[in-house]
Design a binder for this molecule. Structure first.
Ligand SMILES: *Cc1c(COP(=O)(O)O)cnc(C)c1O
Length: 439
């Protein structure tokens, strides 16, 4: 009874994100009271294995003792201070360590709270950097078909997901969309490198004509998450880097979802052997604990703003910029990467996840394009069922797994602490949910 009261109160008072609220007339909200490791618990003793890392943010499980301790310790000394005119050890240390992780290619960290803010910062920084160099015409942006870089009005300019953008079209100064290197688009006989090259040629064609008005190309390196885990060959990133250099256009890597080890390397760009001019991080950077985002940039970008004239500075801010608690959570997260050699140990974990998925689904008559990049495994389901995603989600909950397909794409993106039996539970739950939905 208390539970249904809570659900009613939530529906009345809480406007839930990315949700048609009326759908909760038939699809109940899930009340979570507690999290531990890969599990989320409701107050009826049900538990769900978090197969989507709490919307792609959690890296080392819920209520991780090491991150909890770091935050508690920070809480005893400094909860927050403004970052304009002030500084503190956690933000300095985090900036230095992230710089070191990029081999000091991206040595300047600008902070915000959410991913979309990081996108907006990168767009503003790019355009302003050109302007400070006297190039006032370079104020437009390019993104990939199916791109997702957040949902604030500025970020929607480079987000090519119609469901999120169309209603707000009059507010949005939409950028140009160029073909995605999505490997699923391979024609018969084409490899994923061929698809990447084809997309790079389309980019080249566009830049050759329009580079004078383009400030930056923004990409989700290797995996376009929100469109349905579209994966592509690193060749595209290498070509994009070359083309951006040739045509004097910034390359912005949005590693909000793919950074922090998700694709098998700490940064996805490492797999292409390139560095962008600016890189956005959020989601996993705080271990999935607190809102924290940042934009890392090169010396060349930073130097465009360094001047006696205040107007040439980057005059952007958010109240919680560089929050010490969030930075400490991030430092504890980086400590775990180092102490547990996570990038290395995740290789075996990713192999288990991939093998188990292939074994359960590769031969399934409705499964298409089973694919993997590091700790992300996905496949498409050939069905005309319009409510597939919601039905699969609900059926998964009945099996004790939290999986939330994007359209017809089922994906696994678990925290980096899943063990073999967790993976077996996840895959078994998904198989049962699929059977429930399409027979
Ligand atoms: C989630 C996400 C964002 C937006 O982050 P928010 O914190 O939700 O604003 C931007 N880009 C990518 C690639 C994302 O996955």
């Amino acid at each position: 009874m208390t539970q249904s009261r809570l659900l009613d109160r939530s529906r009345r008072a809480v406007w839930h994100p990315c949700t048609q609220m009326k759908s909760h007339e038939s699809l109940p909200l899930v009340p979570i009271t507690r999290g531990e490791g890969v599990w989320l618990y409701d107050d009826n003793g049900r538990r769900f294995l978090d197969g989507v890392s709490a919307w792609w943010v959690n890296l080392f499980g819920h209520c991780n003792p090491r991150i909890n301790d770091a935050i508690c310790e920070q809480l005893e000394t400094l909860e927050h201070v403004m970052l304009a005119g002030f500084t503190h050890a956690p933000v300095v240390e985090l900036s230095e360590r992230l710089s070191a992780l990029t081999g000091h290619q991206l040595g300047h960290a600008f902070y915000a709270s959410d991913g979309a803010s990081a996108t907006e910062i990168a767009l503003k920084m790019s355009m302003h950097a050109w302007r400070n160099q006297g190039e006032t015409g370079k104020d437009r942006f390019i993104s990939l078909a199916g791109s997702y870089h957040g949902e604030t009005v500025g970020a929607l300019a480079v987000t090519d997901v119609h469901l999120f953008r169309d209603a707000y079209a009059p507010l949005v100064r939409a950028g140009t969309v160029v073909p995605s290197p999505d490997a699923r688009q391979a024609e018969p006989g084409e490899t994923d490198t061929d698809v990447a090259e084809r997309a790079a040629q389309a980019l080249e064609h566009y830049l050759a004509e329009h580079h004078d008005e383009i400030a930056a190309l923004i990409v989700e390196p290797l995996v376009q998450g929100a469109v349905g885990m579209a994966m592509y060959h690193p060749h595209y990133l290498r070509r994009a880097r070359e083309l951006c250099d040739t045509y004097r256009v910034h390359l912005i890597a949005d590693e909000i979802a793919v950074g922090c080890g998700r694709t098998g390397s700490f940064f996805a760009c490492e797999q292409a052997g390139i560095w962008p001019d600016m890189m956005c991080l959020s989601k996993g950077i705080s271990g999935g604990y607190l809102p924290l985002s940042l934009v890392l940039s090169t010396d060349a970008i930073y130097d465009c703003f360094y001047d006696d004239d205040v107007h040439r500075g980057f005059l952007h801010s958010h109240s919680y910029t560089g929050n010490p608690l969030a930075c400490r959570a991030a430092l504890a997260t980086l400590d775990i990467f180092k102490a547990d050699d996570v990038i290395h140990t995740n290789k075996a974990r990713a192999e288990l996840l991939g093998d188990a998925t292939r074994e359960a689904f590769a031969e399934h008559p409705a499964v298409r394009h089973l694919r993997q990049r590091g700790m992300i495994v996905a496949f498409d389901v050939d069905t005309v069922e319009r409510e597939f995603s919601q039905r699969f989600f609900a059926a998964g909950l009945d099996q004790g797994v939290l999986l939330r397909p994007i359209g017809n794409t089922v994906y696994f993106m678990p925290p980096y602490i899943v063990e073999a039996d967790d993976i077996a539970h996840l895959v078994r739950g998904a198989a049962a949910a699929l059977k429930h939905c399409i027979g």
